[in-house]
Design a protein around this ligand. Structure first.
Ligand code: HEM
Length: 342
């Protein structure tokens, strides 16, 4: 197929995937800006973009685009080198920065991929991937819900080396994206003397603004994380607790609904006055007690989690009362009828 076999087709795919990735990076920097201006709203966005089908499709699409972009780049580079040796561009009137990044594209690519590796381990693997697996990321005895984006910022940016690695990654990304724009136009043979310089200027400004914003964000997140802001802020703490309560309710709902159906069946047996129901009644009693134990264990773990989260913040304040009932057993399910009356 022309698109995959011809050199111009590959360059077209390269340009298209490149533009999509630049749009993603632009969207990403705007989303991070929400974390700076309204941290609570940022967590709401993280909840919205969790393991929902639309977020998963978007993530898979993004991974596909990045993979195609990288493979295409490698194939094109090999072809170019074979065709032209070291003189890789027909026109050599390149700006100094482009000249430098062109020669160091492999190193820059490796730096960007290495940064992405660290970044995805710090965020994606702890958030969306955990949610997909139905688990929570555990940090210092606290199980953290995937939607608590600001807590993940705290954990990542409280390390001194995080901003260092990120800023090195941003610098490499700046050169990479600038060179990408330049070579895209050069490769496609666009030589409109009026529009080419204008597009290059727009591209350079765009990339520089995005990278400058990322850098400012990394600095602000680091300063706030070192002040424990994302742990001690009262509004954020309330949000984390609510998320933990929601998580507990979602995993305990199966148990409580089974307990309720046991109750209903037990009441029916009792009402029927059927003596043969005695054996079934004993089975129900047994299962009910098992579920009661499971629920109490879960509730204990949930309470420990809330307390550990408070301890992590090292604040004086006592953990707020959980919004859950003091007894985890459904109000009308305290006990089952002991016996079936004859
Ligand atoms: C200050 C800088 C940055 C911060 C604080 C940040 C933060 C985050 C967070 C919180 C997530 C969400 C993970 C999830 O919900 O699963 C994420 C995902 C991601 N980030 Fe960043 N990011 C930054 C810079 C970048 C840059 C420069 C790139 C690209 C070169 C990038 C690429 C990605 C990718 C590919 C994902 C996965 C998206 C997905 O799951 O669909 N990030 N980032």
């Amino acid at each position: 197929m022309w698109l995959f076999n011809s050199s111009i087709g590959k360059k077209f795919i390269m340009a298209l995937t490149g533009i999509c990735l630049v749009l993603f990076v632009t969207f990403h920097v705007l989303m991070n800006a929400v974390a700076i201006c309204w941290p609570g709203a940022y967590n709401a966005v993280c909840q919205f973009l969790g393991a929902n089908w639309y977020a998963l499709i978007a993530s898979a699409g993004l991974a596909f685009l990045a993979l195609v972009h990288i493979i295409d780049a490698v194939v094109l580079t090999i072809q170019n080198r074979k065709a032209r040796g070291n003189d890789r561009y027909a026109v050599n009137a390149r700006p100094k920065s482009v000249e430098w990044s062109s020669q160091n594209m492999l190193v820059l690519g490796i730096v960007v991929v290495a940064f992405l590796g660290v970044h995805l381990v710090q965020f994606w693997a702890r958030m969306q991937a955990q949610e997909v697996m139905g688990s929570l990321y555990s940090y210092e005895g606290v199980e953290i819900p995937a939607a608590a984006g600001t807590l993940f910022l705290q954990i990542a940016f409280q390390n001194w080396w995080t901003p260092v690695i990120y800023i090195i990654g941003f610098i490499a990304l700046w050169f990479h994206m600038n060179h990408g724009f330049w070579s895209m136009w050069q490769s496609c043979g666009l030589d409109n003397q009026v529009w080419l310089p204008r597009w290059k200027k727009i591209a350079c400004w765009w990339v520089s603004i995005v990278i400058a914003l990322f850098t400012i964000q990394a600095v602000v997140f680091s300063v706030r994380a070192n002040q424990n802001y994302y742990l001690t802020n009262a509004d954020l703490q309330a949000q984390y607790q609510e998320m933990l309560n929601e998580h507990f309710e979602s995993i305990s709902s199966e148990i409580t609904s089974e307990m309720k159906s046991i109750q209903i069946e037990a009441q029916q047996i009792q009402r029927s006055n059927d003596f043969s129901g005695q054996i079934r009644m004993q089975e129900l009693q047994q299962r009910f007690m098992e579920l009661q134990g499971e629920l109490e264990k879960l509730y204990g773990e949930h309470n420990d989690n809330v307390i550990n989260l408070m301890n992590l913040a090292s604040t004086e304040q006592e953990p707020e009362e959980s919004s859950l009932p003091a007894s985890v057993i459904p109000a009308d399910a305290e006990a089952l009828p002991e016996e079936v009356t004859e």
